[in-house]
Design a protein around this ligand. Structure first.
Ligand code: ADE
Length: 237
């Protein structure tokens, strides 16, 4: 059997609901699982003259929800890059934003700095590894095409936030809080693959409304905005 064409871009999206508008707008076709032991699903197609692969984390068989978070993000990024040999990895998804940084619901960001806010290892040898601070090149033409802002993304394993994390976000001028990007950029770095992230704000971390309430209310708007931003970014990359 012929090897499928090497994708120019591999999109990694944690939640099916975030991915579906993108899959539909480009009429991508389902290509099964990336590994028989994982629920992660691969889609393929073309957009703007580019060969596209898209992987979603898939539905957990025990808990019946998308396998969000850093553990699945790492294994899916690694396996999907290995099996597709994509030239660039693009993590797309939603995030918490910050009104103190001028964010509004539905704003798109293309961060250039990523770290973990909840991997605290107070040992000299491991402190920096836990934080996992990495920067990538800005893509100004793609960012302008998507009307996205530049920023800093902090990744952790909780939807809510602690007081010490809020202080860290303010100190580091964090613009996006998510649950995957810092894990994925680490894999992209290890596999020497260029990385881009596009994040759309569903909730404001430094607002009194509970995150979960805002997230559920704003998800439809954010995922539609994400599809528009991704289309513009892929056309301009
Ligand atoms: N995804 C969307 N909103 C988020 C938040 N506040 N924290 C982490 N991930 C998110």
């Amino acid at each position: 059997m012929n090897q499928p064409e090497q994708p120019d871009i591999l999109l990694q999206i944690a939640m099916r609901v975030e991915a579906m508008p993108i899959i539909e707008q480009w009429s991508l076709t389902a290509h099964g699982k990336i590994d028989s032991a994982l629920p992660a699903e691969l889609w393929r197609g073309r957009a703007h003259g580019r060969q596209i692969a898209l992987v979603i984390h898939g539905c957990d068989a025990t808990y019946h929800c998308d396998q969000i978070g850093t553990e699945t993000a790492t294994i899916v990024a690694f396996l999907a890059l290995r099996c597709t040999r994509a030239k660039l990895l693009l993590n797309a998804g939603t995030c918490g934003g910050f009104q103190s940084q001028g964010a509004h619901i539905g704003d798109a960001y293309m961060p250039t700095r990523f770290f973990f806010h909840d991997q605290r290892v107070d040992l000299d040898l491991f402190r920096a590894f836990g934080i996992g601070d990495r920067s990538i090149a800005d893509r100004p033409s793609a960012r302008h095409a998507a009307q996205a802002k530049i920023g800093t993304c902090s990744t952790g394993s909780s939807l809510d936030v602690t007081a010490s994390e809020l202080a860290l976000f303010a100190r580091e001028s964090v613009t996006c809080k998510d649950m995957e990007a810092a894990a994925i950029v680490r894999v992209a770095h290890d596999l020497d693959t260029p990385f881009v992230a596009v994040k759309v704000v569903t909730d404001l971390v430094d607002h009194p409304e509970p995150v979960a309430t805002a997230f559920v209310r704003n998800l439809a708007v954010a995922r539609a905005r994400l599809a528009v931003a991704i289309d513009a970014v892929v056309a301009a990359l």
